[in-house]
Every structure is written in structure tokens, then in C-alpha cells.
Write a protein that binds this ligand. Sequence first.
Ligand SMILES: Cc1ncc(COP(=O)(O)O)c(C=O)c1O
Length: 524
Amino acid sequence: MDSDLISSHCVWATWNVYNGRSLSGTPLAERDRKVTEKMSENGTCSRILTLDSMNPCIQKVEYAVRGPIVIRAVELEKELQQGVKKPFTEVIKANIGDAHAMGQKPITFLRQVSAICLYPELMNDNKFPEDVKQKAARILQACGGHSIGAYSASQGIEVIRQDVAKYIERRDGGILSDPNNIYLSTGASDSIVTMLKLLVSGQGKSRTGVMIPIPQYPLYSAALAELDAVQVNYYLDEENCWALDIDELRRSLMEARKHCDPKVLCIINPGNPTGQVQSRKCIEDVIRFAAEENLFLMADEVYQDNVYAKGCAFHSFKKVLFEMGPKYSEKLELASFHSTSKGYMGECGFRGGYMEVINMDPAVKQQLTKLVSVRLCPPVPGQALLDVIVNPPKPGEPSYKQFISEKQAVLSNLAEKARLTEEILNQSPGIRCNPVQGAMYSFPRIHIPEKAVKLAQAEGQAPDMYFCMKLLEETGICVVPGSGFGQREGTHHFRMTILPPTDKLKSLLERLKDFHQKFTEEYS
Ligand SMILES: Cc1ncc(COP(=O)(O)O)c(C=O)c1O
């Protein structure tokens, strides 16, 4: 078994233990458990849906970001509420990139327009500035004059797709964007899975291989497991700030061609969980590689507004592709993804996003449109919010100053927290953290003593799961084990968000450092 399989098996084993716990306890859950026991005792298990009969691909799906650690964190919160004594007074969930859950205030303009869209009576309220009302009126008009409680076109509201296209053109220095190539979505997750569904086919050696970075955002591994596609790992270079290395891409592709048909290359830029921002040169190399090797490129660019490090800038794959000239721009097939969940807005709960497809065969585009139509449409409030994000107040408009100052405040605070995270974690001899150049996470490498590694393995757990679980039980800090994202064999990491308020983040990092030192001493 290779190391990824071992660690994923360990995560799965831990998941069963903790999920089993959370599924018991309520009277109805107890009743269901007893019915199952009775059926098994009689040897007459007549259930149609059982672990043996269910879709085996679903059983392979894992999603560490909301896995066993988080289940235990929720239990601990309940225990604290019930007055159970713990060595901490609060559970801090630094496991997921959910800015509002970590206390970030919504951007006023976004919520004002959304509020009127949801409750048009507010149009008569003097507290709302004129530009807010105009924007809301335009969105309501775009919904055919109906309420945003009505279904929309499956590809998304046309006016909003036009606004998205104009946003992309502004972002990419005027390179044209066609609203017909834009698909609005229920967050980026939705369009990423939709795209993978279109791409995956074949059996045996011709099964589709999808190249994903390791460490990766586990949506990818989960979707590939569900679709029964082959996950083809390429490793990011930890020694070089998690950079993407073309030789490693080539190695991974050549290996994969021995047992499957690799035809998709997924890139996450800026990176989750690794926080790197790709250089323009690297993006050009990736485009050249994908074009030469006939790979469909999926560019996950949900963190395009989250770039903090000096000397780093976000370059969209679309822009670089078109600037490389027709040899590439008329050949390479590309889908790029964006979301309302990240950036300065952090509006994850609205479930908004879009995908832009480039050079897609028109016949396949019809299939794509058909596929999204089966799910009717993405949430219309999420589409409305996306419209405000891609079409924000302009200089001179009543809301402009407040909008810009709120946006900049969020981004500069994130930049400060990115810097602090790297600085504080690197003070510990057993922790090594690359610069958080972008996105919302650090993915530090941790030293775990051999004794702890052996104990973890004896309990069927990945060593970093063992570490993170102990960290949670003793400090209330909830982070995600590196094994849930994939990592090189023999290395251990965790992922934490940089999102908690600055003071809380500082104290969390200090406690984490102290805990690691204590853990190392205890097991050395
Ligand atoms: C790299 C990456 N892609 C996609 C997503 C999914 O975002 P959404 O909330 O838009 O579905 C996330 C969420 O954390 C992410 O980190």
C-alpha cells in the first residue's frame, strides 16, 4: 500500500470511530441501532440499503476538513456548555476557511443590496443609499421582475453572466469574455464537480486520470472517488515554498499513463492548503505542458483576491493563456472557477460562484447546459450576491468610500495574520511553516517523535491525526491533519486557517507552539 492509501485508511478508520459516536445518543438513533441489531441477530437483515449494497464509491469518499476532528470539536463544545471541566474554556475551529464563522463582519454594500433583493419593501427605506437601491432594482429586473425566490435560467441569470464577463475582462486587461461561456454555480464546489462529471469516462486502463496537487483541497479526491476516476498525484515542492514543478508534473503523468488515461490537470492557485501563489512563469510552463500533453486544464482560482506576500501577484490562467498567443489560446481547453466564499467577502453560506469555459466543443457545451439544467438552477440569492461582487460601487458613487475601506481593511488584516502565522510558528524548533503568500491557510510541517508515530499506527491512526486529536482534547484548538490533504511519505503536517481575529490567532499560535513542545518532550 502506498503512503497516501495508508494515511487515507487511517483517516477513514478514525472517521468510523468518531462518526459512530455522533450517530448514537438520541432516542431515534438508539431505536435504529436496536432494529439493526435485531435484524442481524435473526440473520434476516432485510434492509435494501446496507453498507454492502450501497454505492461502493461513496464509501471511498473522504472530506477531512469536516472529518472526525470536527465531529469531536462539536462534541467538546456541547460538553463545555453542559459544564464539563476541560483544560480550556472555548473550542476554536481553525479547521475551515469560513471567514464569517470566525467573526469577520459582512461587507455593508453586499448585504444592503442582498437585503433589498430579498425584501423589496426596503426600497422605500431612507437608510439605504441610492446606488444600493439601483443595483438591487437592476438585479430584481434581471429576475424577470419576479422575486429572487423564483427559479432562474439553469446557466444563471443572463444579466449576471454579462456582468461576470465584464468583470473578467477588467481583471484580464481587456481580453474578451463571452457571457455564453459563463456558468453560474452553487459555489465553486458545484462547478468543479460538474466539470469532472463531464470529463470522467472509461474502464480499466482507459479510465480517466485526473492530476491533482498533493497536498490538495479534498473536494478533488472526494469527487474523484465518487466518480470512480483515477486520482493522479503530483507533489508540490515544500522546500521551495510549495511551488509547482514541471518535472514533477511530467513524472506523475508518465507514471499514470502506464495504468490509466490521464486527461485532466487541476491547479489550485493561490493554493489550498499550502498558501503558495504561482509565478507568471510557472503558469506559462503549466499551459505549455498541458497543451503539449493534451490535457484539459481546470484552474481553481477561488483565492484570486487573497494575495499577501510582497512580490507575488495573481495571474489568471485565462489571461496568461491569451497572452501566449493563438498557438495556445486556440488550442488549450480550460475551465476556471471563482466563488463568493473567499476573497474579502467570505460569503460561503450564499453558495455563489461561476465557471468560465474556454475552447469547449459546442456539442459538449450543450451537454454541460443539459447537465446543469437537471439541477434547475444555482441559488438565486447567491447569483445576486455574485453580481454585486463582480460589479461593485465605482468611484464617486455614494457607497464607494465605505466599500473600499471595508474591503481593504479585511485584506490588510488577512495579510497581517498571514505574516504573524509564519513568524510565530517558525519560532518553534519542531515546526516549519512556509510563507503564507495567499489564500487563507498555513500548512506547517511538524516533527512527531517516533514513539508517538508507533502509538498512532497501533491505534490505526495517521500520526498527524493522533497529534491533532490530542491538541484538540488538551487545548480546544481544532486543526485538520495533513494526512487529509495528502503529503509526502514520512512527513506530517496540519492545516489551520489564518482567519481567527488577530488577538485570538496570536494566542492560538502560542498555545499550539507550547503544545507541540510538550508533546515532543512527552514522547521523546
Ligand atoms: C481551493 C478551493 N476550491 C473550491 C472551494 C469550494 O468553495 P465554494 O464554497 O465556492 O464551494 C474551496 C473552499 O474552501 C477551496 O478552498
